[in-house]
Design a protein around this ligand. Structure first.
Ligand code: RAM
Length: 330
């Protein structure tokens, strides 16, 4: 080999080694979602990537099962443990079923937090709620009530029956129902955050309750499917669909009138914040403990309560007057 060739080869090896060293220093943060293919989580992943770009030394691993089951998430978490990630930030399909696997992750030194949909305290270091649970519970009932001046029957179309977040919101909604005397909750059904199952469950509600005035879906998948079922059944103006949705997915429903209004927080900010928190815990910049304040970068900081839970901002309501401004964002 000529001298020049040899020097070039040595330089190439050196460069490769440097690239490897830099990659090795990257912090690996896994964002584990309820299931792949859900727009809400794709928006959160966008926020996670924004945080990673800001931090510079982070690799985001966006992953989840194909359906919203705890079994699927356990498999995913086991493979992340084997890969040796630095943090697992999970939106859980079940509060308890994931605890042993996540405890195993923590024993291996992996930072574990839940966000969006929580894990029981023994299975994670902290949990990030998008907003106050009580406020979300009240919001979903109020959104229905505001368009039912004469009261009447409402039904809830939820995600999976074990989803921590929807179950808490439904519990909170039931607590405030007595404040809405004309309104009766006739049923709660589960679409598992699958579009086709949610659509069929909405059809079932329409068939079973001929006087139904509103379907409340505290899930972005459910609200979209229910609005389509109501439109397809020719019931726009008779059954109002409301709950939690993405402006990008719900613009058509608002335009058709199947949905008068709905609410949500910013899922991009939520994914961004979960990533920032994971990073600060990995790096030892913060410890998850009651009263701790953990920085979330451009989102300010979150203060943990006695259960190591914190909450972000209030949900925002969307209707025909403002949806156009948001439908291209998330
Ligand atoms: C779906 C998921 C998610 C929930 C939103 C509102 O995307 O169930 O967990 O927070 O709806």
């Amino acid at each position: 080999m000529g001298i020049l060739k040899k020097a070039l080869a040595t330089a190439a090896v050196a460069t490769a080694l440097m690239v490897n060293a830099a990659a090795a220093e990257n912090v690996k943060i896994a964002i584990v979602v309820k299931a792949l293919g859900i727009g809400f989580f794709e928006a959160a992943a966008k926020g996670a990537e924004e945080a990673a770009a800001e931090l510079g030394d982070v690799e985001i691993i966006y992953t989840g099962p194909t359906d919203t089951t705890a079994e699927g998430q356990i498999e995913v978490v086991n493979s992340l443990i084997a890969q040796g990630v630095n943090a697992i930030a999970i939106s859980a399909n079940d509060k308890d079923a994931l605890v042993p696997t996540l405890q195993k992750a923590m024993e291996r030194g992996i930072t574990v937090i839940s966000w969006d949909s929580g894990v029981a305290p023994e299975g994670r270091q902290m949990h990030l709620n998008p907003s106050s649970n009580a406020l979300i519970g009240n919001t979903i009932i109020k959104l229905a009530a505001d368009n039912m001046p004469d009261g009447g029957e409402v039904a809830i179309l939820s995600a999976s029956a074990t989803a921590t977040n929807q179950n808490i919101w439904i519990e909170e909604a039931k607590k405030v129902l007595p404040n809405y005397p004309g309104i009766t909750l006739v049923d709660v059904v589960y679409g598992d955050d699958l579009a086709d199952k949610s659509y069929r469950e909405a059809q079932g509600l329409i068939a079973k309750y001929p006087n139904l005035k509103a379907i409340i879906a505290p899930t972005t998948v459910g609200i979209l499917a229910a609005s389509q079922a109501v439109a397809d059944a020719g019931l726009i103006g008779k059954v109002n669909v409301t709950g939690l949705g993405l402006p990008s997915e719900m613009a058509g429903a608002v335009e058709s009138g199947a949905t008068v209004s709905f609410a949500i927080w910013n899922p991009i900010d939520l994914g961004y914040a979960a990533t920032m928190i994971s990073y600060n815990l990995i790096k030892g910049n913060a410890t998850a403990a009651p009263d701790a304040e953990i920085s979330m970068g451009r989102m300010g900081s979150v203060k943990l309560d006695a259960m190591n839970e914190g909450a972000m901002s209030d949900p925002f309501t969307y209707d025909a007057s403002n949806i156009a401004d948001f439908k291209s964002i998330f």
